[in-house]
Design a protein around this ligand. Structure first.
Ligand SMILES: [Zn+2]
Ligand SMILES: [Zn+2]
Length: 342
């Protein structure tokens, strides 16, 4: 079969002919129908993350059709439409047994530690397959497995309750999902902070109150719009030091700031004024759980989560075209969300 693979860190991906993977008795073989090209893939190609092996087929946002099932597989059958959870956890270690499978001590991520979806087929454990209803196109199903899932997890970490207010910093793929999911979970007001007007316009279409951080001080504006109270939940999805501080400073009494964007710069807080004075919390959110994906897919099926704006381009399983999209992501030249359709 054809696969577009990372052969060496820092070099363009290359097309290779490799055998169709063999499956074990608990595995399925999936014929890839859509594989998202994610910003993480640009990091991997550049060599900024340790890969499980080389060469490796990238692609962790995958949806497709079950082509073959192992002898003991019962949850899916040949021909089923499925989307794949990208973390292959063992199910048996302490973290898996206590409901935190994203911290599995034996975790392997598809397209990072084992071969992923930039290929005609891939093999995964059957428990990683989530049935994908006909209403959700494969392209949308694939991208739901990354940014939207991480947004849902962040909102769950925030313990968002009906009637609360939310500020979301960063209106990319994560932020747009978070706006819709926050409303679905009962948020009465969602503020969307970004510096790009076109992103804020889309945020407003989904019912958010736009705050352009390049024109106003986001914290002052959120305080003004909430009559001084601040928000119950702030979610940082950019990974910038400044917006992390703003997220924390936007909180009201009992507020929870959830940090999703990645940064290694220390975050300073005034313990008395910022935390103790409000009984505020700062919460880290890492990835998402297998158990959250069926709910997410159901929300997309019911159009509570609109996926029609997510994918802006499809590309064939072609190394040059995929490398070009990864170059764009690397250089931030455009925000096109591309999906490979083999
Ligand atoms: Zn991704
Ligand atoms: Zn485990």
């Amino acid at each position: 079969m054809k696969a577009v693979r990372m052969v060496k860190a820092g070099e363009p991906l290359a097309v290779q002919e490799i055998p169709i993977p063999a499956i074990g008795e608990k595995d399925i073989l999936v014929r890839v129908r859509a594989a998202g090209i994610c910003h993480s893939d640009a990091h991997y190609r550049a060599g900024r993350s340790t890969m499980g092996m080389l060469p490796i087929t990238l692609g962790h946002e995958v949806a497709g059709l079950v082509e073959k099932t192992g002898a003991s597989v019962t949850n899916v059958k040949v021909g089923d439409r499925v989307a794949l959870h990208y973390n292959i956890s063992c199910g048996d270690c302490y973290q898996c047994s206590t409901g935190n499978d994203q911290f599995c001590s034996n975790v392997k991520m598809i397209g990072h530690h084992v071969d992923g979806g930039y290929a005609e087929y891939l093999a995964v454990p059957a428990r990683n397959a989530i049935p994908l209803p006909n209403e959700i196109p494969f392209e949308a199903g694939a991208t739901l497995m990354c940014a939207s899932a991480t947004s849902l997890h962040a909102l769950r970490k925030a313990r968002l309750k009906a009637g609360e207010t939310v500020a979301i910093f960063g209106v990319g793929g994560l932020g747009l999902s978070a706006i819709q999911l926050a409303k679905a979970l009962g948020a009465v007001e969602v503020f969307a902070v970004d510096i790009k007007d076109e992103k804020l316009e889309l945020a407003a279409e989904y019912g958010a109150i736009p705050v352009n951080g390049s024109r106003v001080d986001a914290v002052d504006e959120i305080r003004r719009l909430t009559k001084g109270k601040g928000v119950d939940v702030g979610i940082e999805m950019i990974g910038l030091h400044n917006t992390m501080q703003q997220t924390v400073l936007s909180l009201g009494v009992m507020g929870r700031a959830v940090i999703v964007g990645i940064s290694q710069i220390p975050l300073e807080v005034n313990p008395y004024q910022t935390l103790i004075g409000y009984e505020a919390e700062i919460i880290g959110s890492n990835d998402h759980l297998l158990s959250e994906l069926p709910l997410l897919i159901d929300m997309a099926r019911r159009k509570i989560l609109d996926t029609s704006h997510v994918v802006s381009q499809t590309v064939p399983l072609d190394a040059d075209k995929i490398n070009k999209r990864l170059d764009d992501l690397e250089n931030y030249t455009n925000d096109i969300r591309a999906v490979i359709v083999p």
